[in-house]
Write a new protein. Structure first.
Length: 257
């Protein structure tokens, strides 16, 4: 029986160890696609500055699919009350849920300019607005395009249908300017200003500043939200004395899986 020299054994051992280390350290290939879910709650569901939940809490959740090529689709839903708030007798109007369905393509250019093009359909499930005399369906479809450079994003949304139940409002548009400042340790500040132009309706502006804290996918957010150009107070017939566009603080919580 013969034995390998100690030097030979050392070389073989180091080679095997190096091979094992290389296999362990090699990064896993990026997935071709990702699927994520989110669920959340807010003290007041505000959209473009106006309360959709009658200045009361709302719950929401969604699902998103993204492909490495840049294409994505998703859906998000929230409880609402604004459809009932549009009538003096809330029992005559149905539609307690908003369901958004969207899809598009994200990419970037050589100069670091990112872009996002897509479409979004706002579906108010079970609503009977169109069947009620003098009312227009709130269901809305918008095309959108956004450009991002560094922390700043500018986005324009264009309605190809009537806008949220406003008669003869096709081709209304919304211009949105926002920024996302990462402060480190999960903290961020997000200022926003938007201008909603409503064809044959009451155009206005909205603004907000949100402070966010991300704790392993659980995001806590406190935002100051307001509007201008709507007059005060902004009341819908069924909303009582609640000013749905009044400036205020909104606390939200969201968990992404």
């Amino acid at each position: 029986m013969t034995f390998a020299a100690p030097k030979t054994l050392l070389i073989v051992t180091l080679a095997l160890a190096g091979s094992a280390f290389a296999q362990t350290a090699a990064p896993a290939p990026a997935p071709a696609s990702t699927l994520s879910y989110n669920i959340g709650a807010t003290t007041d569901y505000r959209y473009r500055g106006i309360s959709q939940s009658g200045k009361k809490p709302a719950i929401n959740g969604g699902i998103d699919y993204a492909h490495s090529s840049g294409f994505y689709v998703g859906s998000w839903a929230s409880s609402i009350t604004w459809l009932k708030d549009t009538t003096a007798n809330p029992n005559t109007t149905k539609g307690p849920v908003e369901i958004d369905v969207y899809g598009g393509y994200k990419g970037s250019m050589a100069n670091g300019l990112g872009y996002d093009l897509g479409g979004l359909y706002y579906w108010y499930a079970g609503n009977n607005m169109k069947k009620t005399a003098g009312q227009v369906s709130p269901n809305t479809f918008e095309l959108y395009g956004a450009l991002t450079l560094g922390v700043v994003t500018v986005k324009y949304s264009h309605a190809t249908t009537n806008l949220f139940g406003t008669a003869n409002s096709k081709n209304s548009g919304y211009l949105d300017l926002s920024a996302n400042f990462d402060l480190g340790s999960g903290w961020s500040v997000v200022p926003h200003v938007g201008a909603q132009k409503i064809k044959n309706g009451n155009s206005y502006s909205d603004y907000s500043v949100a402070v966010n804290k991300d704790i392993d996918g659980l995001v806590l957010s406190l935002a100051a939200v307001g509007t201008s150009g709507l007059g005060a107070p902004y009341l819908l017939p069924g909303s009582g004395t609640r000013d749905l566009a009044k400036s205020g603080l909104v606390f939200s919580i969201k968990k992404t899986f």
